[in-house]
Design a protein around this ligand. Structure first.
Ligand SMILES: Cc1cc2nc3c(=O)[nH]c(=O)nc-3n(C[C@H](O)[C@H](O)[C@H](O)COP(=O)(O)OP(=O)(O)OC[C@H]3O[C@@H](n4cnc5c(N)ncnc54)[C@H](O)[C@@H]3O)c2cc1C
Length: 325
């Protein structure tokens, strides 16, 4: 049983999901002499989608090799695109304000699960989105058992948790099955469902991804973009936009919005499964537990006080206390 006592609390964490009404924007547009391939609007699923989106960007560039490409952003989206393009023989320069462990991507746990993003309506766009999820999942599976910090885990959901069949539509995880009375189940959950997914420990994954991109020869430049002009000033004529939340301001997309997430990190990994109940979750990182959380639309800065974190702790403590009754 996880120990969530006060002495175990390591830190309070806040981060801002880069969301977009209408969901993912993965498309190419010509802006003057620059071709921009957009890859943003990942919301609460940026890690989940990253490798599939990177493959899609590479396919949009056409036959392998030879292009000089500027990748804007050094979070999981930008670094994944950089990796994919380098492997396809392009030359890549990553421009970003901060990289890898300093980005929002390092705040994510991250569970492989398409949560906190608008799904396209059923039809062609939805099929494409599910195809990206499928591709991403299969690429993460290739990293299982390596030093990238990707592992398979059981994810338990209380029976009362909202059911979203679309999360399982890509056909790579789930659907959840009800845990029988005789089966082992996590304390405090009562009747529950379980499915299997991947867990990407970003504390290991992001530095590894960054190292690989560097090893394959990417150049890095710390730079801040403010508007289209600052992008057009780059030497490269092909630009992949992975600026996350900043895509709204730099490229004038009013559909982009922030959704803050609060989490509490607990010392010690006392369980090796995840508990998932919407944004109220427990994720097992390598040496710690991440307790979630919130989804606060419109908030893009730190909370005024610690009360939100206390609510999260109380929620999980209360749930676990029911186990001992
Ligand atoms: C609390 C929380 C929990 C989450 N949990 C999960 C999860 O379990 N699973 C999952 O899949 N996803 C999860 N996410 C979502 C995930 O973290 C994001 O979708 C993902 O990190 C987006 O990655 P990104 O690379 O597009 O953006 P970011 O990581 O934000 O990177 C953006 C990059 O652009 C650069 N940049 C930004 N503005 C500028 C500018 N003006 N000029 C120059 N550079 C700039 C930054 O420096 C950075 O390098 C979670 C997010 C939060 C906040």
């Amino acid at each position: 049983m996880p120990d969530l006592s006060q002495e175990r609390v390591l830190r309070f964490i806040w981060g801002v999901r880069p969301c977009r009404r209408g969901g993912l924007r993965l498309e190419s547009e010509q802006l003057g002499h620059v071709r921009v391939i957009h890859n943003y609007g990942h919301g609460g699923s940026g890690v989940t989608l990253s490798l599939g989106c990177a493959a899609a960007v590479s396919a949009m560039l056409g036959p392998p090799g030879g292009e000089r490409v500027a990748v804007l952003g050094g979070g999981v989206s930008g670094l994944s695109v950089a990796l994919e393009l380098l492997r396809a023989g392009h030359s890549v320069r990553v421009y970003a304000e901060v990289l890898a462990m300093q980005t929002t991507s390092a705040i994510a746990g991250a569970l492989w699960f398409p949560l906190g993003i608008d799904f396209p309506e059923p039809g062609e766009a939805r099929d494409r989105f599910n195809g990206i999820l499928k591709e991403s999942y299969s690429r993460f599976c290739e990293l299982l058992g390596s030093d990238w910090g990707v592992r398979e885990i059981d994810v338990y959901e209380p029976i009362g948790a909202e059911v979203h069949p679309e999360y399982f539509e890509a056909g790579v995880i789930g659907p959840p099955s009800v845990v029988g009375a005789g089966d082992p189940m996590p304390p405090g959950l009562g009747a529950c469902r379980v499915f299997r997914s991947l867990f990407v420990d970003t504390t290991r994954y992001l530095p590894r991804l960054h190292d690989e991109v560097q090893r394959l020869g990417a150049a890095f430049e710390m730079r801040r973009f403010t508007d289209l002009r600052s992008v057009a000033d780059l030497d490269e004529r092909i630009v992949v936009n992975c600026l996350g939340l900043a895509s709204g301001g730099v490229f004038g997309d009013a559909a982009v919005f922030p959704a803050r997430g609060l989490m509490v990190e607990i010392e010690g990994r006392s369980i090796d499964y995840a508990i998932h109940d919407g944004f109220k979750y427990i994720f097992p990182r390598e040496d710690t537990l991440l307790l979630g959380g919130t989804y606060e639309v419109g908030c893009d800065g730190p909370p005024a006080d610690d009360s939100g974190y206390e609510v999260i702790l109380e929620h999980h403590r209360h749930r676990l206390s029911r186990a001992s009754v």
